[in-house]
Design a protein. Structure first.
Length: 301
């Protein structure tokens, strides 16, 4: 897609949702606000900057100032733009929800196979995590990433996505918790929000209930690899086969997180300096990545 067409498409998409719902999340309690540079323009510019590979608001503003002044003639200075984006932090979370709903609608599957996992959003790591104090409303220093064997200060992104054969899974539910939140506890909060037509959900061992690989919850059957019993060195052949099959099915959720981080750099949030900035960093980058996914899915429909 031509970059100008992509930019205009993104702007129209933002305007549609801003007019219908998003404006309710950024009401101003003041008699005067200089809106020569509109909210829709600010949101569009931030998302487009992330899509183009820029990781910080400063990089996005520098890029726009050099190359996009024709489309954003009233672009303010960097400090004003940064302040404006942070004022709009409440907009990005509902925007992510709206895009997820649209993606599920585009997928149009009779039954959904769920995949769930979590990803650390790292604001400080190792010894530095004890001195970090940014966004104490949600960030904590008790995070641990088993994959990286890393202790960190920050938050954790949880996702439930529907399996799509031959492609990345489609996000259905996305949520943010403190870094120390156990995956199982977070999943229990997500279950009531899952679609009725999601009948199976595949996860890793952290989601198990009473060490059972198959567990029925509400309308969802949760499937996890088999855990070894105490003093058990090897799994039985049937259990090993089941674990391998489940792991293969849930592997795309890891690919989704890798793709998300590659496109947006969402995992490292060391330059975030406030709660508002953290919300923009996480949900703004999620919205940008999901817009890319939306455009790809609409082309293949």
């Amino acid at each position: 897609m031509d970059w100008e067409v992509e930019l205009i498409s993104l702007y129209l998409f933002v305007c549609k949702h801003y007019e219908n719902e998003l404006s309710n999340y950024c009401m101003r309690m003041t008699n005067y606000a200089n809106l020569k540079f509109s909210d829709e323009e600010a949101i569009t510019l931030y998302l487009y900057g992330v899509i183009e590979g820029y990781r910080t608001i400063q990089e996005i503003h520098r890029y726009a100032n050099k190359h996009l002044k024709g489309y954003f003639p009233k672009l303010p200075g960097y400090k004003a733009f940064d302040r404006r984006i942070n004022q709009l932090h409440d907009v990005f979370s509902p925007l992510v929800s709206f895009i997820c709903e649209e993606l599920t609608f585009i997928q149009n599957a009779e039954f959904l196979t769920g995949l769930t996992d979590s990803m650390p959003i790292i604001m400080a790591q190792r010894g530095r995590r004890f001195n970090a104090k940014v966004a104490p409303e949600i960030a904590t220093n008790n995070g641990y990433c088993a994959t990286k064997k890393l202790h960190y200060y920050g938050v954790k992104l949880h996702a439930v996505a529907s399996r799509k054969k031959g492609s990345l899974p489609v996000p259905v539910c996305l949520g943010l918790t403190e870094a120390g939140m156990h995956d199982r506890k977070a999943f229990e909060q997500i279950i009531p929000a899952l679609p009725e037509n999601m009948i199976d959900c595949y996860a890793d061992k952290a989601y198990q209930v009473a060490a059972e690989p198959v567990h029925k919850e509400y309308h969802v059957t949760l499937l996890t690899p088999v855990k070894k019993k105490k003093r058990q060195n090897f799994l039985d052949a049937a259990d090993q086969w089941l674990s391998t099959a489940i792991s293969q099915v849930r592997q795309p959720i890891e690919s989704f997180f890798n793709w998300l981080n590659e496109k947006t750099g969402i995992q490292i949030a060391s330059k975030v300096r406030s709660y508002k900035g953290l919300m923009v960093h996480v949900f703004g980058k999620l919205a940008a990545a999901l817009f890319i996914m939306r455009e790809r899915m609409m082309v293949t429909v």
